[in-house]
Design a protein around this ligand. Structure first.
Ligand code: PMP
Length: 396
């Protein structure tokens, strides 16, 4: 029996829910996805904050092709001097504050979370890890352990011990970070948590408490990094510098790559007693690092960091005109849209698909959806997206 791609997807590709988005894509370019029968969708999600430079940016595609022809995987991470990898590490650390000067390359955000936590435990010799309610940092066992919600993690216990979950934006809870705490992990702005922005200097107070107690502060920039918030990095909006920062998603320009970055004096604990403190076969893959370098250069050359806020404001000014929109909030091109509580949002993203829009809600916030399109989106593409989103709101 000949199966259609959709039948093969449901029969042979493991599923993550009973209601996947279920669209077929044969081509993607810029902010658009194309289906096999001429369908065209505008992507207001960027594959969850991945396609910051749009899909298949020609400079990224060229870098991938060029590097694939020179060499692909040669050796496990950390042994050979591979030019795309060293050039990318240099570029990343040039953009980061001086104390974030060594990059450990992995393959995904979850791996970056695990690597960063291991590094903090190893460096501080402390047992405890602090994370926050409604946080998501990946699906590996380490990252699942710091997931800020029991519903998602209780089935996998026992998890990593010694995890304390505190309240994001809560000053009182900061006293629970002590000399026993190896690290605190958080995003500067919680993404899946519902686009929660720190208030009244809370992130600064968290930084201060970590410094006081000798705890390493890990900031997860997996969604907020690489221009998304109108700054290169989300933490820059709050005047703090983390001890370790993690990246994935928007770093690779569409290729899989993750990284955690710290100071050389912290990072070098992985080298000794025992050596090989953290190892990976594919971390820093030449094709992925070449793509990531091209991606960062595009962000820079096309001024995508500088224009994100103006584009986000333009979007907000348009969508706020819809009578069922209560408010919008956010930074750069990471905007949340809160809608009337009478609207059932459970099928929102399936409904926008019918109007040619890929959209997304938040794991931990009801009655809202996000607008996180490629940073390359133009004003007329924003208008087109708003039209489809408004049409969907009319129909709900
Ligand atoms: N951190 C954050 C904030 C994320 O949103 C995600 C993925 N959604 C991750 C970490 C994990 O990244 P990955 O899926 O690449 O493991």
């Amino acid at each position: 029996m000949i199966m259609t791609p959709r039948q093969m997807f449901f029969s042979h590709v493991a599923q993550t829910s009973f209601a996947p988005l279920n669209i077929e894509v044969v081509k993607a370019k810029g902010v658009y996805l194309y289906g096999p029968d001429g369908e065209k969708y505008i992507d207001t999600v960027s594959g969850i904050s991945v396609a910051n430079v749009g899909h298949c940016h020609p400079k990224v595609v060229e870098a991938v092709k060029e590097q694939a022809e020179k060499y692909m995987h040669l050796m496990v991470y950390g042994e050979y001097i591979e030019y795309p990898q060293v050039m990318l590490a240099k570029k990343m650390t040039d953009l980061l504050p001086p104390s974030l000067n060594q990059v450990y390359f992995v393959n995904s955000g979850g791996e970056a979370t695990d690597g960063a936590i291991k590094l903090a435990k190893r460096y501080t010799h402390r047992p405890e890890v602090v994370a926050f309610r409604d946080a998501y940092h990946g699906s590996t066992i380490g990252a699942t352990s710091v997931w800020g919600d029991e519903y998602f993690k209780s089935a996998y216990r026992p998890l990593m011990p010694g995890v304390k979950i505190l309240r994001f934006n809560n000053f009182d809870d900061l006293s629970q970070i002590t000399e026993n705490t190896a690290c605190v992990i958080t995003e500067a702005i919680q993404s899946e948590g519902g686009l929660n922005i720190p208030e009244n200097g809370w992130l600064g107070a968290l930084r201060e408490r970590c410094t006081q107690t000798g705890t390493l502060l890990i900031i997860d920039e997996v969604q907020m990094g690489w221009g998304r918030t109108g700054k290169w990095f989300g933490f820059e909006n709050f005047g703090i510098v983390p001890d370790i920062v993690t990246f994935a998603k928007g770093l690779g320009g569409g290729m899989p790559i993750g990284a955690f970055v710290s100071d050389k004096k912290i990072m070098e604990v992985f080298c000794d007693n025992p050596i090989l403190g953290h190892i990976t076969t594919f971390g820093g893959h030449p094709v992925c690092t070449a793509a990531a370098l091209a991606n960062i250069n595009v962000i820079e050359q096309e001024h995508l960091v500088d224009t994100a806020t103006q584009k986000g404001d333009y979007f907000a000014s348009l969508i706020e005109k819809h009578p069922r929109v209560i408010r919008t909030w956010g930074l750069g091109l990471f905007r949340g849209i809160e809608v009337e509580y009478s609207i059932d949002m459970s099928n929102f993203w399936h409904k926008t698909i019918n109007n040619g829009i890929v959209s997304d809600t938040f794991i931990f916030r009801q009655h809202a959806f996000r607008f996180t399109p490629p940073l390359t989106i133009t004003n007329s593409e924003i208008e087109e997206a708003v039209e489809g989103l408004m049409k969907t709101l009319d129909e709900m």
